[in-house]
Design a binder for this molecule. Structure first.
Ligand SMILES: Cc1cc2nc3c(=O)[nH]c(=O)nc-3n(C[C@H](O)[C@H](O)[C@H](O)COP(=O)(O)O)c2cc1C
Length: 189
């Protein structure tokens, strides 16, 4: 696939089934992540892969976090948390690693990690792998962070659900790009 095809046509694929991406496909996806624009080459990201039985353990962790957040949480919400990671054969947890740096603000590091996540999704799409970036409030839970083994300065910025599209992906909507672009010719007076 040509680079522009992926850039212009990538769409999220919410319904994902087995098989999970192959080792070769994963290598390409993580290599693409490493090409994210990255001020100072801090590489302010890392990834966890969760698959097989570990997805059930991740679901239990999310369900515990839902109960911690709200002891009166409904069973429906707990059930959704439990089943969340089962929506795809592979979940990639994207972790931003934010450090105090004399020159590079944490906001820039966060953006770089976001670009890395986008790189994974683009490389997935280019290889026919379906993917969708999800978060939800549990992604930001300290209980989940602890259970996933995050260290100081690290935060989850996304769960990338990856797998084989269950059905043909939708077509990317055509956007009126002109609405988002203006020429600037000098300061307003
Ligand atoms: C940081 C981030 C978090 C997101 N979290 C969710 C989410 O929890 N649930 C969801 O349905 N979409 C979420 N999305 C949006 C989807 O990944 C997707 O981009 C959106 O549904 C639009 O579909 P498209 O990518 O095909 O244009 C998130 C996107 C980003 C960048």
């Amino acid at each position: 696939m040509q680079a522009l095809d992926a850039l212009l046509n990538r769409v999220s694929v919410p319904r994902l089934v087995d098989p999970a991406p192959t080792a070769e496909q994963r290598e390409v996806m993580f290599a693409a992540a490493m090409r994210a624009p990255d001020h100072g080459q801090l590489r302010p990201w890392r990834f966890l892969t969760v698959e097989g039985q570990a997805r059930h353990r991740m679901g239990e962790l999310l369900a515990e976090a839902a109960r911690f957040n709200d002891p009166l949480v409904s069973e429906a919400v707990v059930e959704k948390a439990l089943n969340g990671p089962l929506r795809a054969p592979l979940v990639v947890v994207v972790i931003a690693r934010l450090q105090d740096h004399f020159k590079i603000p944490k906001a820039e590091q966060l953006l770089a990690a976001g670009c890395a996540a986008h790189g994974i999704l683009l490389a997935a799409y280019a290889q026919g792998v379906g993917g969708v970036w999800r978060t939800g409030e549990l992604a930001y839970s300290p209980h989940v962070a602890k259970g996933l083994g995050l260290e100081d300065g690290e935060e989850v910025i996304g769960f990338l659900y990856l797998g084989t599209p269950q059905k043909e992906a939708r077509t990317a909507p055509k956007e009126d790009v002109g609405q988002f672009v203006r020429e600037w010719t000098g300061p307003q007076v």
